[in-house]
Each structure stands twice: as C-alpha cells, then as structure tokens.
Design a protein around this ligand. Structure first.
Ligand code: DC
Length: 205
C-alpha cells in the first residue's frame, strides 16, 4: 500500500528528526529531499553546472560525508531557486513517495508541489532563535568553527530565499497540520506527528 507523509518546514525546525522517527515507528521509507539539493549544490561548488549535476545525480552523491556544512546548505538553497533543477529532481521524489509500504519525505515543497495528495501533511516550525541554537550545536559538534550570530544570519538568509522563490516556495500546504517545536522536547514533537499519522492510517486501513 502506498501511504505518503509530507513533512515541510524551515532549516533546523526539527522536521528531519521527526521524519526519521515517524518512518522508523511505522516502518516507512524516508527521503530527506534536502540531500538532493545539497548534493547538487556540492557538485556546483566543485565546479559543475547545477542543472547537469541535478540531472546526473546518483545514489552515491547522497552518501557523501561533506553535505552537512553551512557552505553546502547555502549552495543548496541557491540551486533550489532554479526551476529546471527542481524539475530534474521531481520524478525521483514522486517515485519514492509512491513506493509500496509507505514513505515519509521531508523538505520545503513536499505537501504543496511534490505530493499534493499526501495522506498526511505536517509543517514544522520553531522560532529563529531556537532553530539557530540547534543548528549551532550541531555544527559545533561536527567541528565547524562558527558563531551563533553567524548561524542565525545564515538561517534567516536561507529561509528568505527559500520562501521568496517563484517556483515551489517554502510554505505550508493549505491542509497541513502545523507543529511549532520551539517549546517542545523532541519526544513531544515526535508524539504529535505520530498521532497525526496514526489517526490518518485508521481511516484508510
Ligand atoms: O533541508 P535542508 O536544510 O537540508 O535543505 C537545504 C536547502 O535545499 C534548503 O535551504 C532549500 C533546498 N530545498 C528545497 O528547495 N526543497 C526541498 N524539498 C528541500 C530542500
């Protein structure tokens, strides 16, 4: 049975953690669609044309260990503005969403563009300050030497670009359930997401 969960939201909102936890809880596949843009952005930083990179993306590109840094995040956000790059990545995402056994996709445009008929749509948010603190802790743990102020500025710049672009801007689908994780521990945020999925599964099974 195909069953699709679309999870969107800005950087460091908690959507990736929630997506992985929901997939593990229900035995669904999980696709972090940000990785597709990060891998494309990484190849652009390496000197390749972004559209060629997106068209030729391979599974190995998504496994690279150098996709998590701030420079790659910015490059991903920049290539993501290009509608041809987005189009090149569309079929892969839709095919993943339809796989048997259920799928969770997280990104920016899953509920609006990639899977407008998703069974469950969640939009995860958190305040800028909370998101910056989370991302700063992650980057510091990974050995990146960066200040909290720089991380906050970087997130705001990326959010503005991601939300303002003409093609598939980041925004909640009209029928998405909003979850604000600013004041929530990760267990509570995951529990809220799992409850939404369980509710929907009961109606389709
Ligand atoms: O989720 P992330 O931070 O890894 O995403 C990196 C960038 O990729 C993000 O700033 C915008 C882009 N992106 C997108 O445009 N659409 C998606 N579905 C996922 C990511």
């Amino acid at each position: 049975m195909a069953f699709t969960v679309a999870i969107d939201g800005p950087a460091a909102s908690g959507k990736g953690t929630i997506a992985r936890a929901v997939a593990a809880r229900f035995g669904f596949g999980h696709l972090d669609t940000g990785l597709l843009y990060r891998a494309t952005g990484r190849r652009m930083l390496d000197g390749e044309d972004p559209l060629e990179a997106a068209r030729n993306l391979r599974a190995e590109d998504l496994q690279r260990s150098d996709l998590r840094g701030g420079d790659v995040a910015q490059a991903a956000s920049r290539v993501a503005v290009d509608s041809a790059v987005r189009a090149a990545l569309l079929d892969f995402q839709r095919a993943f969403a339809r796989r048997g056994g259920g799928a969770v996709l997280d990104g920016r445009d899953i509920g609006t563009v990639i899977c407008p008929d998703a069974d469950v749509k969640l939009f995860i948010t958190a305040s800028d300050e909370v998101r910056a603190a989370r991302r700063h802790a992650e980057l510091s743990a990974a050995g990146e030497d960066v200040t909290l102020a720089a991380v906050l500025a970087d997130l705001k710049q990326r959010d503005t670009r991601d939300a303002a672009r003409a093609t598939a801007p980041m925004k909640p689908a009209a029928d998405a359930v909003l979850i604000d994780t600013s004041a929530m521990g990760i267990e509570d945020a995951v529990a809220a997401a799992v409850a939404e999925v369980s509710r929907r599964l009961e109606t389709v099974r």
